[in-house]
Design a protein around this ligand. Structure first.
Ligand code: NAG
Ligand code: NAG
Ligand code: NAG
Length: 542
């Protein structure tokens, strides 16, 4: 028989599905293993063929693509000259230490130890690493009967945790899958931008990576701004490969400039024998599987993969693969939310109005003006800035433009626009406000005809480091209804900031002004409708 690798889909019990099994004899292409410091040789134990001939310092690695799962069972027989095996087995970063059932092989002095282990696991692949750790040069080992079984995610789930029922895991919707290739040459960046220039893939043992040795060192990594469906949580899975002489430096993942994962690594974190990197054998390699869930809302996210490394990529480096990103979506009719139910909505879709009960239509408002809704608008649309600190009035914030912003609106800065509004008794105002950099207790104020109608003193915010300097910035989504009758009206937005706009600043976008129609009879109904919602002025905030 000439088939060594048999990928068999056999149900071994109600729960676990066998996905991989190495059983037969040809050792063609080393059965997909990448082997260092050793060579394959056919051996026998109890008349079964052993994938063997490995030595004290042999290390082998292999990547296996696996279906969606939450749990893994692995078993194999180690055949070696020593009772205790002197072999380490890893699945990703997890060392497999488990039940040994020992026997002697009938035809030689070798021992055979059966090892089985089960654990929670998620991700698009698994990486197996096996190494010998004997001092003696002529120490020999091998293995047979490698079997891997998984527990599938419930149908209709795209990612899951052990024990999840459909209702728990189907909240996660997949929207990014990158760096999953099984061959280095097929590993593309998938639109991710290399920070400081170095792009491309590499191979670490049997594992193709984006970045890696001589690619991602000091100040290098990957970044991308991703547009998103309305959501309240993000879940990110990735494989992080730590390579060479990390000395308590951190691997970092940032969402909107804010750390959502960090892990420090040392040069000796990893497998006992190095898998890839430079020539120094002391610097170990580790394939760390990451699975994080983060509260997040907004219509985009900027993700950075970075490190605190301070040396070049031939001395310390990292690589990535198997990126999967999932989101938990907002309720229907909701563009922005902090949870799954209708009263978790922060900003309703289709101009619905947000109240305690969720998103409801307000039939009696007409749109007067809508400004700054394009991602990259260029016109000031009749707004004027006073006491701005630059001739520029539109600035970039993440990959959108805002009116005002960093370096423009700081101490004393004012934005104003004059409106002529048909007969009305109420106004509805929508706006997205940005508080940028080091605000310390100051507020944004909105005035109509010199009268304050709203200020930001009571509001919590959605935070991220969006623009300006390194301080976290704050976003406020406002949807406000006020009683108002005057037709010729001045709308003013200002702040009580006390520092320059390069230290603390503000700006806005997504402005709409609507009015009700007072001279039609339904106004009474509209009013009652609002009262029935329990509140007349409702402000949407995070
Ligand atoms: C496996 O996952 C389940 C639920 O997801 C958790 O309760 C359990 O503690 C995990 N087991 C281990 C060993 O981490
Ligand atoms: C890593 O994360 C912890 C906990 O979130 C934080 O306290 C620490 O400052 C972070 N370390 C680095 C180097 O950013
Ligand atoms: C910027 O703001 C911070 C915090 O309010 C303050 O400590 C610092 O002195 C300010 N810097 C300048 C240049 O105004």
């Amino acid at each position: 028989m000439n088939i060594f690798i048999l990928i068999a889909f056999i149900l071994i019990n109600a729960e676990l599905l066998k996905i991989h099994e190495e059983v037969k004899e040809s050792f063609e292409g080393n059965n997909g293993w990448t082997i260092k410091n050793g060579k394959v040789q056919k051996e026998f134990c109890n008349s079964k063929i052993v994938f063997g001939g490995f030595e004290g310092q042999t290390i082998m690695s292999k990547l296996l693509i696996v279906p969606k799962h939450s749990y893994i069972k692995l078993s194999l027989d180690i055949v070696s000259q020593h009772q205790r095996g002197l072999v380490n087995i890893y699945l990703d970063h997890i060392e497999i230490q488990s039940v040994y059932v020992q026997q002697k092989c009938s035809e030689n002095d070798y021992y055979v130890s059966t090892i089985t282990s089960e654990f929670n696991h998620t991700g698009a692949s698994i990486i197996l690493v096996i190494n010998g750790y004997a001092e003696e040069q002529d120490y020999k080992w091998g293995f047979k009967n490698l079997e891997i079984s998984i527990q599938h995610c419930p149908q209709s789930c795209q990612v899951c945790d052990q024990g999840d029922i459909v209702e728990q895991c189907q909240i996660w919707k997949s929207f990014q899958n990158s760096w999953t290739a099984t061959h280095k040459n097929l590993m593309g960046q998938d639109g991710w931008v290399s920070i400081n220039g170095i792009s491309g893939s590499s191979k670490c043992g049997g594992v193709p990576l984006i970045g890696g040795y001589q690619k991602f060192g000091q100040n290098q990594g990957l970044s991308k701004i991703i547009k998103l469906q309305p959501h309240y949580k993000l879940r990110l899975l990735v494989l992080w490969a730590k390579i060479d002489s990390w000395d308590n430096e951190y691997g970092l993942i940032l969402f909107d400039g804010i750390q959502v994962w960090n892990q420090s690594f040392n040069l000796d974190n990893g497998y006992q024998i190095k898998v890839c990197g430079n020539s120094e054998p002391k610097y170990h390699t580790l394939f760390r599987r990451v699975d994080i869930t983060v509260d997040h809302t907004g219509d985009q996210v900027k993700i950075d993969f970075l490190s605190t490394l301070d040396q070049g990529s031939d001395d310390e480096s990292f690589g990535l693969r198997d990126l999967q990103i999932f989101y938990a979506s907002c309720p229907d009719q909701c563009d922005m939310c902090r949870g799954p139910s209708s009263n978790d909505c922060i900003r309703c879709s289709n101009n619905l109005f947000q109240s305690m009960q969720g998103c409801n239509p307000l039939p009696y408002f007409y749109l007067l003006q809508s400004n700054f809704h394009y991602d990259k608008f260029t016109s000031s649309e009749g707004w004027i800035l006073k006491q701005s600190q630059q001739s520029t009035i539109i600035t970039d914030c993440q990959d959108k433009t805002i009116f005002g912003g960093y370096g423009v609106l700081g101490v004393g800065g004012i934005a104003e626009k004059q409106f002529f509004i048909p007969h009305h008794s109420q106004l509805r105002l929508q706006i997205t406000l940005y508080k940028i950099d080091s605000w310390d207790g100051e507020i944004i104020i909105i005035e109509i005809d010199d009268e304050m109608i709203w200020d930001s003193s009571q509001y919590q915010y959605n935070e991220g480091n969006l623009c300006g300097t390194d301080y976290p910035d704050k976003l406020i989504y406002l949807d406000l209804i006020i009683r108002h009758e005057k037709q010729n009206t001045l709308l003013r937005i200002r702040s009580n900031l006390d520092e320059n706009s390069d230290n603390e600043s503000w700006g806005f976008r997504d402005f709409s002004l609507m009015y009700d129609v007072s001279n039609i009879v339904e106004i009474e109904d509209a009013f009652e409708y609002l009262l029935s919602l329990g509140i007349l002025i409702i402000i949407s905030f995070i």
